[in-house]
Ligand binder design. Structure first.
Ligand code: SAM
Length: 245
């Protein structure tokens, strides 16, 4: 049997790819990519010529079976997503499950993931955190999930699209209250930015300025009584724009 290599790619800055990922991309028989048009740019940048096939949200069942057959026939396949670590909030985890069930070897190469990069820069506690990914688009389901995590004392991490961030901030405030939050935008890109303040301040900011770009929202966990003062001392919006190197 062949092997499935999980290959993380940059979340913005093209330099954020490891030497091992580049070597494996050069060595495998086939690269399965979430969006082949997107991945081809990365491959061209590093002068890698390899057969590419698509594996995404809408073909994961049928293409999963095709990839499994190829692996069973001895091909080595690299899985890449549009950005970051395949399997984190993208269909990669389904392919991994299929391979585990069929005893196919999997090798995960370490690399960029947006939530880790955001969390480390947030200034919120990193010792314990809960990665929530995208909240469900369905109003009822997202409210139910927010009710479930209302008492969670670990730092909460969400992925969100710019056109939904205002609604999401409002929904979170309604259930969790106006907590301290950090929004990391366009990580590792030219206009990287960190917004630190209360959830309501972030919402007010985006009402003034149209939300754009990719974003990770982090919220402090439910605070025990003795931490409330510490939290309130953070409350005034600060915006840090970074010139990334
Ligand atoms: N697999 C990816 C990872 O390892 O982070 C995540 C894929 S998910 C489909 C895409 C989401 O990740 C975006 O909507 C955004 O919330 C977050 N994201 C990806 N790149 C980012 C960046 N450069 N800055 C901020 N958030 C980012």
């Amino acid at each position: 049997c062949g092997k499935l290599y999980i290959c993380p790619t940059p979340i913005g800055n093209l330099e954020d790819i490891t030497l091992r990922v580049l070597r494996i991309l050069k060595e495998v028989d086939l690269i399965a990519a979430e969006d082949t048009r997107h991945t081809i740019k990365l491959l061209n940048h590093y002068d890698i010529q390899k057969p590419l096939t698509s594996y995404h949200e809408h073909n994961r069942e049928s293409k999963g079976k095709v990839l499994l057959e190829k692996l069973m026939a001895g091909e080595n396949i690299a899985l890449v997503s549009d950005a970051g670590m395949p399997g984190i909030s993208d269909p990669g985890s389904d392919l991994v499950k299929l391979c585990v069930e069929n005893h196919i070897d999997i090798e995960v190469l370490p690399g960029a993931a947006a939530f880790v990069t955001a969390l480390v820069a947030s200034g919120l506690p990193t010792d314990k955190f809960s990665f929530e990914g995208f909240l469900d688009r369905d109003k009822k389901k997202r409210k139910k999930r927010l009710e479930e995590i209302k008492g969670e004392d670990r730092t909460l991490i969400f992925y969100e699209a710019p056109h939904r961030i205002c609604t999401t901030l409002q929904d979170i405030v309604k259930v969790l209250g106006n907590r301290q939050a950090v929004l990391a935008r366009e990580l590792t890109k030219k206009h990287e930015e960190f917004l630190r303040g209360s959830l309501e301040e972030l919402e007010a900011h985006f009402e003034q300025r149209e939300p754009k770009g990719e974003m990770v929202l982090m919220i402090s966990g439910a605070a025990p009584e003795d931490r409330l003062q510490e939290i309130s001392s953070w409350e005034s919006l600060s915006i840090e724009a970074h010139l990334t190197q």
